[in-house]
Write a protein that binds this ligand. Structure first.
Ligand code: NAP
Length: 242
């Protein structure tokens, strides 16, 4: 599948990893829908940069904890930029919380944003695709999903892995669905960077953090290969093999 001329929705595309992916897609000639929840200014700035690359781009607000908003997001993008060929599920909640402390409300919110929304967006995209049209779904996951200190996050990402494989068989043969299991690329937005120092020695064989370019190159490579589906591609410097 060619990126150029396709239309991509990147959730959480205004900042950080999502922004890098949105701009890499734009640079390769895709029209991009930059989704945001609260980061309106960042999303607008990302759209400006994408447009300067000669593609159509716009920003779209949706709280993905709300099922109706997730489904409407795809409709709104379609009315503005045409039907979607590429969906990148990057938006995610990520905050501390142990098994013992996780409330029902937090559990539901994690599942809604990190797991249910990617399903709803993929389904809405698929239903609106013209017959025979090719597409790709890429889910942003984590190299490690069993997490004592970020319990609901980890469970929601493990569920996302299952969703990736189920979507791969359900959206076949025209849509391929894979996930990137990221290692440390950017520190969490609320983390003091100095705290990362000693952690770097535990980052796996590569012994460094990954770069945004390494993530976006993997996205472009998955989109360009129609014989990869249901795959978990680790972009973690080999951390998962230790
Ligand atoms: N950064 C890393 O090193 C790393 C490591 C492992 C895995 N990952 C995965 O890679 C992806 C991107 O990582 P990241 O660090 O860029 O993510 P992030 O900064 O933690 O979050 C990305 C975006 O998710 C959006 N979001 C959160 N709650 C939302 C909601 N209720 N509705 C809609 N959007 C919501 C936020 O959008 P607004 O700002 O617009 O509110 C936020 O900017 C995530 O799926 C993450 O799990 C990242």
């Amino acid at each position: 599948m060619k990126v150029s001329g396709s239309t991509a929705l990147v959730t959480g595309g205004g900042r950080r990893v999502g922004r890098a992916i949105a701009l890499a897609l734009a640079e390769s000639g895709a029209n991009v829908a930059v989704h945001f929840n609260r980061s309106e200014g960042d999303a607008a700035e990302t759209v400006e940069v994408a447009r300067s690359m000669g593609v159509s781009a716009d920003s779209f607000q949706a709280d993905l904890a709300d099922a109706g908003s997730a489904v409407r997001l795809v409709d709104t993008v379609r009315s503005s930029l045409g039907h979607l060929n590429i969906l990148v599920n990057s938006a995610s909640m990520f905050s501390p919380g142990s098994f013992e402390d996780t409330s029902l409300d937090e559990w539901d919110r994690y599942m809604a944003v990190n797991f249910r929304a990617p399903f709803l967006l993929a389904q809405a995209m698929y239903r609106a695709m013209p017959d025979g049209e090719q597409g790709k779904v890429i889910n942003l996951n984590d190299w490690r999903t069993a997490r004592a200190k970020r319990f609901a996050y980890g469970v929601s990402k493990a569920a996302l892995s299952g969703l990736t494989r189920s979507l791969a068989v359900s959206m076949a043969p025209n849509v391929q669905v894979s996930e990137l299991a990221l290692g440390a690329i950017l520190p969490p937005a609320d983390m003091v960077v100095e705290r990362l120092g000693p952690v770097e020695t535990k980052l796996g064989p590569a012994a460094r953090m990954g770069t945004l370019n390494e993530v976006s190159a993997a996205v472009l490579s998955l989109i360009g290969n129609d014989f990869i589906t249901g795959e978990t591609l680790h972009i973690d410097g080999g951390r998962h093999i230790r």
